[in-house]
Design a protein. Structure first.
Length: 81
């Protein structure tokens, strides 16, 4: 498979996962944060393939927010702040 086909498949998968994350996050499903975390390694591959290295900043923020959301929503479900 050539690189263009692989890149198109990856961007399609990452787009679907991002949409799924946004949908389920809007429905306040805690596990939606896991979709976001699982999506980030795929974005790293896309970033490397397209040489859009500044997107690593966005990728890092998304990982931080996903971990934070997972922890925060877990605490809230246990009655914490």
């Amino acid at each position: 498979m050539n690189e263009v086909i692989i890149l198109n498949i990856l961007t399609g998968v990452t787009s679907v996962m991002t949409i799924a994350f946004m949908y389920f996050n809007g429905s306040k499903k805690r596990w939606s944060w896991l979709i976001s975390l699982a999506n980030q390694p795929l974005w790293i591959v896309v970033i490397l393939m397209t040489q859009t290295y500044m997107l690593f900043l966005l990728n890092s923020v998304m990982v931080f927010l996903a971990v934070r959301g997972w922890i925060k929503w877990g605490r809230e479900n246990k009655g914490g702040n």
